[in-house]
Design a protein around this ligand. Sequence first.
Ligand code: NDP
Length: 453
Amino acid sequence: MASSDHVDLERFIAGVNRRNPGQPEFVQAVQEVAEDIFEFIADKEQYHEYQILRRIAEPDRVMSFRVCWEDDRGNIRVQRGWRVQNNNAIGPYKGGIRFHPSVTESVLKFLAFEQTFKNALTGLPMGGGKGGSNFNPRGKSDHEVMRFCQSFMTELYRHIGADIDVPAGDIGVGGREIGYMFGQYKRITNQFTGVLTGKGLEYGGSLIRTEATGYGAVYFLQNMLKNVGDSVEGKTAVISGSGNVATHAAEKIVQLGGKVLTLSDSEGFIHDPDGIDQAKIDWIKELKGRRRGRISEYVKEFKGASFHGDGARPWGVACDVALPCATQNELNGAEAQILVSNGCKAVSEGANMPTDLDGVHVFKQAQILYAPGKAANAGGVAVSGLEMSQNSARISWKEADLQQHLLDIMAGIHERCVEYGARKDSKVIDYVRGANIAGFKKVADAMLAYGVV
Ligand code: NDP
């Protein structure tokens, strides 16, 4: 095979831009990874020859489909659904489903691309995928959500399978939605298989899957701090979001002796200088879960706390550690600068790509401990991988065993990041570089073994 010319980073990104018009989130995600990978592969000819990065940055396939459903007033509603299967070099496609009005093909392509590296980092055999719809579950009745989920699965079922592609939850998709989708899959195919993860415990779900992403992000933080002789105990934490990831990250911070100062939703954030303790976290779980309420209601219940509305974000509150756990691009360069100026020592991302490229550069330049989502939030998909193993073997593991697996997996991801993120010119580990290279290498080496396919 003829050796191709080395394409430089700028030309590579220009090409990604040209091939993906109107998809800024996807281009941003590829650019963030490519910066590190180009340096790593500079002297590794076969990755160039086989165009590995170019191939990982082109999804295996993108399915787009119409989802029709009927609302409670009898109106016919039309939404768009997608499944992006990015790469299955090391295992079946695996990645969540997101229901949110901000979902576009670009957002799902970025998430599926990130997922490919994240899943490789866990050490488990899972490829990368992501799916979703611009459907907004907020304000919809249970029956409307059920009809939507059933209609979504009526198309999706033909693209997934326990050994093909195994979706899970994400923003707007929790236990209720997974239940409706699994029920419809089972009805259409007449098969009870581990085709979705995040299932209820009664029908094949795994213990600690719900907690795993938030807990894992704090375990990663704990590993970073331990590596520099520090710990979570006594630290003040600013957290964004108030969904699954944020509330469980808050819970683990509290369990490890830290103090949580903020949580948020898309309308604004609450600041509680007394700390958001376990009882308050339980109240928020109930509020945002079963009651489907807004975070602003917190200040009516807990005196001394304040609510900052108009979509305000919590990054101006002084803290030792920050955990962005809401959504992508929720922390920009100026906000990163404020965090650093206020003495923030470490950032662990529970959400996917919550810090924009400017913010990432601020954290890197300030040399604080900064863990990108693809490493820090991999605990969720890791326990999903364990749910797949339990389903295949038709057994359920004990909680203590799963907790230990999660701790070990997060420690393993940390180790892999340290291996590739240590720099001769700095004492601080570059976790972004470490995660990008460790994830890339595993997928790339599998792709080399297959030749050009
Ligand atoms: P949830 O739907 O449970 O919660 C999402 C939270 O983020 C809510 O508080 C929501 O507020 C807020 N939010 C959503 N969109 C925006 C926005 N545009 N601006 C401000 N706030 C927003 O989702 P999860 O907790 O599951 O997911 C949060 C993040 O973690 C996502 O980036 C997801 O991809 C990532 N993640 C999740 C995993 C999981 O296991 N669940 C695994 C790995 C990563 P509101 O109520 O107003 O919508």
